[in-house]
Design a protein around this ligand. Structure first.
Ligand SMILES: [Zn+2]
Length: 85
């Protein structure tokens, strides 16, 4: 069996034409000082800092080619201010 490389992506539905879309996640670039700060802040070892990803700020529908600004899906993750009762 062959192997494939998985890449993180964000799924969204076009509000104009209703087409489903996927956009590849954007890798966050760290400077050396950012990296050192992260290691210290989270008490990590060098090999524990992987790549961080973020959503693209603007996406374009693959079907109708309309562009949209993006926002996080607030319903996807539980709200930490709610205690779940
Ligand atoms: Zn569309």
């Amino acid at each position: 069996m062959d192997t494939v490389v998985l890449r993180a992506a964000f799924e969204w539905k076009c509000p104009k034409c209703k087409a489903g879309n996927f956009n590849r996640a954007v890798a966050v670039e760290f400077t050396d000082s950012d990296r050192e700060e992260l290691l210290e802040l989270f008490d990590l070892k060098e090999d524990e800092v992987g790549d961080m990803i973020q959503a693209p700020a603007i996406v374009k529908c693959g079907k109708c080619l309309e562009k949209f600004r993006t926002e996080d899906d607030d319903d996807f993750l539980p709200d930490p201010s709610e205690d779940g009762e």
